[in-house]
Write a protein that binds this ligand. Structure first.
Ligand code: NAD
Ligand code: UDX
Length: 470
């Protein structure tokens, strides 16, 4: 097996950046260069005051620990490719917006462009690693492209090494992963390449946590893992609707179920719906794959996980309107949290966007506050959610606030959309004093102490519990 000394990562996003920064930190003997087409993104990674392009707890310390030593960020993609003996392809693979499979299939254009660039630029043999989440058998297309376009004497070994980090906990997930999965062809060359990459990870990951499997299993495992995680949330959210109608409490139900060691306690938190760049995209991709394989029942099974999630978001929005005497027209609603989960500034598929879109239709006035999402991102997301109205019309209805306190002032209702810890620590007595009465709180994250808030005077509605009963 080749001893890896130089790594290039194509794509300096939420995955490429943290993943390869951690490799650089843990492997001081390996030179790691992360490249991207986006100059502003690379400039931010290189910024002197460490204003990195993504917010992730602990990331700044990792970058401080090795940037300029053996970690480099650059827009010179060709140079990065030429120098490396191992290349991670970590570009985005969003859901296709048009053409065949629109709304379901993964858009593999970025993967293909990166692969073609590797083929045309490489002057020596490389190990090419799929880090992006891709449909099963993408490695085969990559190999065909590489072999058809390579220079004489260059060979390419392709590995699949999907990433399992979750945003908000990326650094600890990377420091102590549950597992590292590497898929390769079961040929001698494939196994050797797999060994080379396993050596890199074994600098800090125990050997027994590095799983080596076939290429197609590895690709499918990533889609399967996300589908099964999301399915747990949709299951618990489906039960939350039954709880609201019967008087059961979803936290108690999930706790009781999760105590069974076969189920386990994690990832059973009912919510306003899952968001993030992965779950919906990867499940739809799995649905598309199932349909292409003529497995309509399998496709329908997984599609229901996404359908239920859409239902959960709609249901929560409707419950808010119903509770506020069937109208929120002209009423001021404070939406606390805009990110898709706490500890990230990422807003992709955030439930807050769907909620605010619907509040806009109801002609409510909305105050938004999120501790990490930049104001410009909120406007971009709302503009995209409501292509039918102009941004200045949206801005007449929506204000972005600098604190939770400011957002709640004079509001008639508060909606918790993201489970930021700081929302637990708000001075709720002071908030109550500044609100119109009755003062409503809608907790979409099971974050707040409903009994304490009710004592103050709030009318509290929580996901997975009947209205106004604590
Ligand atoms: P991202 O959009 O944050 O980053 C992708 C980057 O790739 C962008 O900066 C883009 O400019 C760059 N890029 C695209 N084409 C390029 C090219 N040809 N050359 C150079 N740079 C190019 O995306 P992400 O969230 O990092 O996701 C990347 C992949 O990892 C996706 O397939 C995703 O499904 C997967 N993934 C994401 C997560 C997550 O939590 N975000 C977790 C696991 C897996
Ligand atoms: C997910 C997977 O967890 C990770 O392994 C994969 O690599 C990428 O996709 P991510 O989307 O970053 O990670 O965050 P995750 O913690 O999984 O949360 C996804 C969404 O589900 C969030 O909106 C979160 O709030 C929600 N969620 C999570 C719940 O509603 N309830 C839960 O119990 C857990």
């Amino acid at each position: 097996p080749v001893q890896v000394t130089k790594i290039c990562c194509i794509g300096a996003g939420y995955v490429g950046g943290p993943t390869c920064a951690v490799i650089a930190l843990k492997c001081p003997h390996i030179q790691v260069t992360i490249v991207d087409l986006s100059q502003p993104r690379i400039d931010a990674w290189n910024s002197e005051d460490f204003e990195l392009p993504i917010y992730e707890p602990g990331l700044v310390d990792v970058v401080k620990g090795c940037r300029g030593r053996n970690l480099f960020f650059s827009t010179d993609v060709d140079k990065g490719i030429k120098e490396a003996d191992l290349i991670f392809v970590s570009v985005n693979t969003p859901t296709k917006k048009s053409g065949v499979g629109a709304g379901y299939a993964a858009d593999l254009n970025y993967v293909e462009l990166a692969t073609r660039q590797i083929a045309s630029v490489a002057e020596s043999s490389k190990i090419v690693v799929e880090k992006s989440t891709v449909p099963c058998r993408t490695a085969e297309s990559m190999r065909t492209i590489l072999e058809a376009n390579s220079k004489p004497g260059c060979r390419f070994d392709i590995l699949s090494n999907p990433e399992f980090l979750a945003e908000g906990t990326a650094i600890s997930d990377l420091f102590t992963p549950d597992r590292v999965l590497i898929g390769s062809l079961q040929t001698q060359e494939g196994k050797d390449a797999c060994q080379s990459l396993a050596e890199v990870y074994s600098n800090w990951v125990p050997r027994e946590r590095i799983l080596t499997v076939g290429l197609w299993s590895s690709e499918l495992s990533k889609l399967a893992a996300n589908a099964m995680l999301a399915q747990r949330i949709s299951s618990v959210n489906a039960l939350s609707a039954i709880c609201e109608a019967t008087g059961a409490n979803i936290d108690e139900v999930a706790g009781a179920v999760g105590f069974d060691s076969r189920v386990g306690p994690k990832f059973l938190k009912a919510s306003v719906g899952f968001g993030g760049s992965c779950f919906q995209k990867d499940i739809l991709n799995l649905v598309y794959l199932s349909e292409s394989l003529h497995l309509p029942e399998v496709a329908a099974y997984w599609r229901q996980v996404v359908d239920l999630n859409e239902y959960q978001k709609r249901r929560f929005g409707k419950r808010i309107v119903d509770t506020m005497f069937n109208t929120i027209t002209g009423k001021r609603i404070a939406v606390l949290g805009f990110a898709f989960k706490a500890d990230t500034g990422d807003t992709r598929e955030s439930a807050a966007i769907t909620l605010i879109r619907d509040f806009l239709s109801e002609r409510a006035r909305i105050n938004v506050y999120d501790p990490k999402v930049p104001e410009s991102q909120i406007w971009l997301d709302l503009e995209e959610a409501r292509p039918d109205i102009k941004l200045d019309a949206i801005q007449k209805q929506v204000s972005i606030c600098q604190s939770a306190m400011e957002a709640c002032a004079d509001a008639e209702a508060i909606v918790i959309a993201t489970e930021w810890k700081e929302f637990k620590e708000i001075d709720w007595e002071a908030v109550y004093a500044n609100m119109k009465k009755p003062a409503f709180v809608f907790d979409g994250r099971l974050l707040l102490d409903a009994a304490a808030l009710t004592k103050i005077g709030f009318k509290v509605t929580t996901i997975g519990r009947p209205s106004h009963i604590v």
